[in-house]
Ligand binder design. Structure first.
Ligand SMILES: Nc1ncnc2c1ncn2[C@@H]1O[C@H](COP(=O)(O)OP(=O)(O)OP(=O)(O)O)[C@@H](O)[C@H]1O
Ligand SMILES: O=P(O)(O)OC[C@H]1O[C@](O)(CO)[C@@H](O)[C@@H]1O
Ligand SMILES: [Mg+2]
Length: 490
């Protein structure tokens, strides 16, 4: 069977034998023909030139699904990232910029540092601008010249040295600014909203026919970006959450019927809460947005708390910020507030649940409890990245640089089954990555805490049915449910 290709501005689909599909990212030559190429300067770099097969074969791709059966189709692939023999920018011609948008996340400064030093040391690029304060900084603020010296120790600091913001995305003004400043490589760090913004910036650049490469680096402490194995900063967040869980455990354990409640981040995805719980082993109950729960009656949270206190005299509850929002809006006046980017502002579920637990035991009068509520969310978000995230951030930055230098554009970077790849924007913005509560990982959590599933058998059967249906579609090659090492059953 020959190769079959189809293409839109966001993604090129190439089909090969045995159900092989490559979801390829755009390239500058898709809309600017006859661009000159240059030998990759890494060929003469003393550190890299000794590495055998340092350059990635142009045909290398990374499989999205690695658990396969004898007759399964080969499935979806992404282009492998890494340095190419030929580049589409002369080093002296490159004028790069970096912008960070959305909420903070450990590792932002490391990615900035590694883009600057990678461009400088690997490709001899020395014109790099930092955009001040997120997307709106493109047209309303000064820029920050970035050099390896300037960024040398920023990875030891939390936050982003460039500043960030929500809202204020104006595509044509941003592209005007890119054009006016003569910028030809744009590195955009941010979450789902930011990557949607990056996709429309790329579209407008393409419409204007500019030789400007747009590379996205996905940032989300919640780990809610699909396709990639996990997001940078997530490991750091899980590790830092242990300190809060330990404190809650110490407090709870030292008093009769002590309860420690810890709120962790996770607007729509409970990964931080789930992994922090699994890592700690001191947690008796983990509540996440994907798994609805209820308070009163048989199988409810109050019954479980009473049982746990009777058995062990203390208890630790971890709750993700997006859990139980339906219950909150039933009992509190829902104001439906939105932030500047249009994200729903959540009510404080930690405070609410703590109060409900206290009220329950005050009313019930059988047991007197002492509850301590810890909200470490912003303390976790503001720390520098840990060692493993630092290495990960370096690889992400290098992937983005190699891709832009090689002329790819309209792409985001990230590991897929451990191999770094270039991924089309629409694949990572079309849906959110969530904890699958019918997967073995959530079962492991339930088994480790012994908490109720808060679901009756009928609910579980329904979810399972939906899951099975999507699995069948996957085997038929029609679905895109990920085969992700972090989130799926092993
Ligand atoms: N659909 C969209 N099109 C264009 N720009 C967008 C879109 N959604 C969000 N943006 C812009 O992207 C920036 C960041 O968005 P947002 O505040 O939602 O954070 P995020 O990138 O999703 O990160 P996080 O949710 O992890 O904090 C904002 O400046 C916002 O205006
Ligand atoms: O207070 P902010 O900046 O709106 O950010 C809070 C949100 O950002 C996130 O950390 C995602 O980046 C969410 O977990 C959280 O709800
Ligand atoms: Mg977002």
């Amino acid at each position: 069977m020959g190769m079959e290709c189809s293409q839109n501005s966001q993604m090129k689909i190439v089909k090969g034998d045995a159900g092989y599909v490559l979801e390829d990212v755009p390239h500058l030559t898709d809309y600017i023909p006859d661009l000159p190429t240059y030998p990759n300067p890494l060929r003469s770099n003393p550190a890299y030139s000794v590495v055998k097969q340092y350059f990635v074969n142009v045909d290398d791709t990374v499989a999205q699904k690695i658990v396969v059966h004898k007759n399964s189709p080969r499935g979806i692939h992404f282009r492998r990232s890494g340095p190419r023999q030929k580049v589409y920018f002369d080093s002296a011609e490159v004028h790069a910029c970096i912008v960070t948008c959305g909420g903070l996340c450990p590792g932002l400064n490391t990615v900035i540092r590694e883009i600057v030093s990678g461009l400088y040391h690997m490709y001899g690029v020395n014109r790099i601008l930092g955009i001040d304060g997120g997307y709106r900084g493109f047209y309303s603020r000064n820029t920050i010249p970035l050099t390896p010296k300037f960024v040398d120790d920023i990875h030891k600091r939390g936050g982003t040295i460039l500043g960030t913001s929500r809202g204020g995305h104006d595509t044509s003004k941003i592209v005007d600014s890119i054009q006016d400043r003569g910028i030809n490589q744009v590195y955009i760090l941010g979450g789902d909203g930011t990557q949607k913004g990056a996709a429309v910036i790329y579209e407008e650049i393409r419409r204007r026919g500019l030789k400007v490469a747009v590379a996205g680096i996905p940032k989300t402490i919640d780990n809610d970006i699909p396709v990639i194995d996990k997001s940078f900063g997530f490991d750091t967040a899980v590790e830092e959450a242990q300190r809060a869980i330990n404190a809650a455990h110490v407090e709870a354990e030292s008093i009769e019927n002590g309860i420690g409640v810890v709120k962790l981040m996770g607007r729509y995805s409970g990964f931080i809460a789930m992994y922090a719980t699994l890592a700690s082993r001191d947690v008796d109950c983990c509540l996440i947005p994907e798994s609805p729960f209820y308070l009163e009656g048989k199988g409810g949270l109050f019954e479980y708390i009473e049982k746990t206190l009777k058995e062990s005299g203390h208890m630790v509850i971890v709750i993700a910020e997006g859990a139980g929002q339906d219950l909150l809006s039933e009992s509190l006046q829902s104001m439906d507030l939105k932030d500047a980017s249009g994200n729903k502002q959540l009510q404080d579920v930690g405070l609410w649940i703590s109060q409900r637990i206290k009220d329950h035991f005050a009313r019930q009068r059988k047991m007197s409890i002492t509850l301590k509520y810890i909200d470490p969310t912003y303390m976790i978000r503001a720390i520098p990245s840990n060692a493993s995230d630092n290495v990960y951030c370096t690889l992400l930055a290098h992937s983005a640089i190699h891709g832009a230098m090689a002329g790819y554009t309209g792409f985001t970077v990230g590991p897929v089954n451990g191999r770094h790849a270039f991924i089309p924007f629409n694949r990572i913005t079309e849906r959110q990555n969530k904890v699958v509560i019918t997967d073995r990982m959530w079962a492991r959590l339930l088994a480790s805490t012994n908490q109720p599933s808060f679901q009756d058998a009928k609910d579980v059967a329904e979810v399972k049915e939906e899951e099975e249906e999507s699995q069948t579609q996957l085997l038929e090659g029609a679905n895109s449910r990920d085969d992700k090492p972090l989130t799926n059953s092993h």
